[in-house]
Design a binder for this molecule. Structure first.
Ligand code: PEP
Length: 254
């Protein structure tokens, strides 16, 4: 039986200026036309969001932030709030990306507060979780993911406002991925863990992220309970990003 069509989001991280970003968005739009099935989205840096919203006018491609503050406004120099993301044209935001958790010391409690602030502002959330290489090597992956879910799952989850992204920290930007069996086992575990934590938990999509590229996307996106991909580096090249989405469409069509 065919699975639900894939969700593929591109995280541009701290990359892109107006000229090259507009060319990238245009190349994505040109390459995919209007996706009529599946969900495609991009998360440019904050400086480009308002422009990207204009470039994407009348497109079904979704626009997201890479992070948001836990507060709605105030004396938080350098931070960007969820209402500001919404005002710039975003429909969703990432929270808890490993580069925030580990690069900026964000705790599970803070990630949870950010996700709740995003809901409050009417944004959907992609909640990122993942173990470090040391935790992976020590066989602690499930324990770490369970803790992250227990402590950062926001209140107010309904079936269509939250997506989980499982991203092993050691797979992000390294070219390394877990084996397909490992991804399958981890996603199966996450599915049942989410069902135990929330009435709608079993229905939440779970993306895989970490060195997804055109060459491995078909295999990864064919795995049960892998509902899509969060793509970093490969989302900066339109042909590569679209090839991942296409591989997902084919994998999910069965
Ligand atoms: C990411 O930043 O979320 C990510 C998965 O990066 P990459 O695809 O480059 O590993």
């Amino acid at each position: 039986m065919p699975d639900s069509p894939p969700i593929v989001f591109g995280n541009w991280k701290m990359n892109g200026r107006r000229t090259d970003a507009q060319a990238l968005v245009q190349a994505i739009l040109h390459g995919c036309g209007q996706p009529t099935t599946g969900t495609l989205g991009i998360c440019p840096p904050a400086t480009l969001l308002a422009s990207a919203a204009e470039w994407l006018t009348e497109s079904s491609i979704k626009l997201g932030g890479q992070d948001c503050a836990a507060e709605a406004s105030g004396a938080f120099t350098g931070d960007i709030s969820a209402p500001m993301l919404r005002d710039a044209g975003c429909g969703f935001t990432l929270v808890g990306h490993s580069e925030r958790r580990h690069g900026h010391g964000e705790s599970d409690a803070l990630v949870k507060a950010k996700a709740e602030a995003a809901f409050e502002a009417g944004l959907n959330v992609v909640l990122c979780i993942g173990e470090t290489e040391a935790e992976w090597d020590a066989g602690q992956t499930i324990q770490v993911l369970d803790r992250q879910l227990e402590q950062s799952l926001p209140a107010g989850v309904v079936a269509d406002n939250l997506i989980i992204a499982y991203e092993p920290v050691w797979a992000i930007g390294t070219g390394k991925t877990p084996s397909m069996d490992d991804i399958a086992n981890t996603h199966a575990h996450l599915k049942s863990k989410l069902a135990s934590l929330s009435a709608v938990g079993g229905d939440l999509p779970i993306l895989y992220g970490g060195s997804v590229k055109a060459a491995n996307a078909g295999e990864i996106l064919a795995i049960d309970h892998v509902d899509g991909a969060l793509v970093g580096g490969a989302s900066l090249k339109a042909d590569e990003f679209l090839a991942i989405f296409q591989a997902g469409l084919e994998a999910k069509a069965g």
